[in-house]
Each structure stands twice: as C-alpha cells, then as structure tokens.
Design a protein. Structure first.
Length: 318
C-alpha cells in the first residue's frame, strides 16, 4: 500500500525529523500529522516510542536553534521584514517587540500551537537577546508539550489510522486551494484597509518631486509611529522627528514661516494623514507627502542617516 503511513513506517525516523524541521523553519509542512502518524505506528510496534520522541524533539530544537541564531545575528532587520506583511507596518515593530518582551517566555511554550506565531517565536527571542539558557529551557518545554500532545493523540487513536491517512491526503489535495484563498482574503483585507484609511478630512498632498527642490522653504516632519529602531535608518535630510502618539499631550512649536510637510512609511500615508487632520483641527496647515519615504527614495532624492542619539532602544532581555 503506497500510503503516507507505510512510508512513515519504512523511513519513519528520517521522515519525522525532516517534516518537523521543515515546519519549524517556516515551510508549510503539517508536522502535527507526522507526529500523529508516528504515534499511531509506535502503538502498533512499527516504530520505537522513545526514538520517535527523541527524533521529533531533535528536529524541533535544531530548527529553533537556527531561527534563534538568525534572529540574533540579523537583529531588528528580521522583525522589520516580518512586519512588512502586517496591515500596519508602522506600529508592528513596537507592538510585536513589546508583547514578546512581556510574555515572551510563555510564548515560547505555547507558540507551536498557533500558526504563524510558531515560526516567529524563536527568531524574536534571538533578536531580543534572550539568554541562551533561558531560551532553551522554555523552548524545550514547548517542544515537549507539542510533541507529546500530537504524538499522544496518534498513540491513543492508533485504531483510526485510516482516518489519519485520509486526513493527510485531504490536506495535500486542498493545501493549494487553502493557500490561494488565504492570500486572496489577505489582499482583499489590505484593499479594504487602504480604502478605510483614505484621507477623508482636510488633508492636502504634495509630491516628492515638488518638495525636493525647495528644502530650504519647507519644514519636514517624520511622523513614523515606531520611531528609529534599526541601525543605519535613513530619513529625509533636515526632517525632524514628530511622535504622533504624543500630540494629544500638546502640539510642539511649529514654524509659521514655512510649509509643513509630513511623511511616514505606512500604507496609504495613514499616520501622516491622521496627524495632518489633527493639526488642521488646531488651525495648523500641514501637507502630506504622497507615498511617504518610499516615494522620496523612488524619486532619487537624497537621504541622511539618523543620528545615534535619536535612535530608539527597543526592549531586550539583556
């Protein structure tokens, strides 16, 4: 019988190790089904329970070690790359870092049960400099919990191997459809979010090309929500950081003899538009740079490095 369970029985340990490792490093592999199948086969004596558990734990810990080291050596660049998939990249950095800093240890224990987060936990721990011993302690606990749960299900329900196999083939047959539908839903939500965050108030926009040639006549403010967190961050020359979260406490002194330009990096210039409307409500005219920093770069206009004293120190575990 040419089936998944038969293949697992013939090459069980190698296959289990490979599937678990692949899922940990981010590939769309149903490792849980491999663990269930291994548990079912172990119950019949076709595989060794001890070797199955050791193999699965070895694959998980190896994958998590790789992801932890990648996060540790790439720092906040990796978090920034992951957050580009977020609907609101401007706030994703601080939100993700702060949440993981507060709940990071327990996230490592339970993250494997949550699709998406299971791949993020280890690299986030590395990027936030979680101590190695602490990382392995909580990560090992999570690996044991995950492995034991699905392996145990397979072991206890070993009489239903036919259903397990049909479930595996169903996953294989419909994986492409699921990915396609999920991607379509994601893009539709992005489109709806862009429509929802479109400028609806007194917002006037300007193009990068129209601003680049008269920098001495304008006052440019960087209103990115997350501030400056990554080394070698660049901004528009002469621009000043204006924290959009602090405006409710009071509007800082703004120049009255220059045109005020606001820019951000988020979708649809949402943050810059929100700040512009806030200032308009206080009789301060501000203009939004269409396309934000990306449009400025695309226009080939100059950038400058953010001074070190303006860099934002995000939370770390050490």
């Amino acid at each position: 019988m040419d089936s998944f369970l038969q293949l697992t029985a013939e090459r069980g340990y190698q296959m289990l190790f490979g599937l678990v490792l692949a899922e940990v490093i981010g590939l769309p592999i149903p490792a849980a089904l491999a663990l269930i199948a291994a548990g079912a086969l172990a119950a019949t004596g076709a595989l060794s329970t001890g070797l199955c558990l050791a193999t699965a734990l070895g694959g998980m810990l190896l994958g998590d070690t790789i992801m932890y080291l990648v996060g540790r050596h790439t720092g906040w660049w990796l978090l920034g790359m992951l957050c580009r998939l977020s609907l609101h990249p401007d706030s994703c950095i601080l939100r993700s870092a702060d949440a993981f800093y507060k709940k990071g240890r327990m996230v490592l224990v339970f993250s494997r049960f949550v699709p998406g987060i299971n791949t993020l936990a280890a690299p986030l721990a590395g990027s936030m400099n979680m101590p190695v011993a602490q990382f392995y302690a909580f990560d090992f606990a999570g690996a044991c919990l995950y492995t034991g749960a699905y392996f145990g299900i397979g072991y206890l329900l070993s009489g239903f191997t036919g259903a397990i196999e049909r479930g595996y083939h169903t996953v294989g047959n419909y994986a492409g459809w699921a990915i396609g539908i999920g991607f379509l839903g994601y893009m539709m939500y992005r489109a709806w979010d862009r429509y929802r965050s479109r400028p609806t108030g007194p917002v006037v926009r300007v193009r990068a090309a129209d601003v680049g040639g008269r920098l001495d006549m304008v006052a440019i403010f960087d209103v990115r929500s997350h501030g400056y967190y990554e080394k070698n961050t660049r901004r528009i020359p002469g621009s000043v950081r204006l924290d959009p979260h602090s405006l409710a406490a009071g509007v800082p002194d703004l120049p009255v003899d220059k045109q005020i330009i606001l820019y951000c990096t988020c979708q649809g210039d949402a943050t810059a538009s929100r700040v512009a409307r806030f200032l308009a409500g206080r009789n301060i005219q501000a203009y939004v740079l269409t396309g934000g920093l990306r449009a400025w770069k695309k226009a080939g206009l100059p950038l400058e490095l953010v001074p070190e004293h303006e860099m934002l120190a995000l939370p770390t575990f050490s």
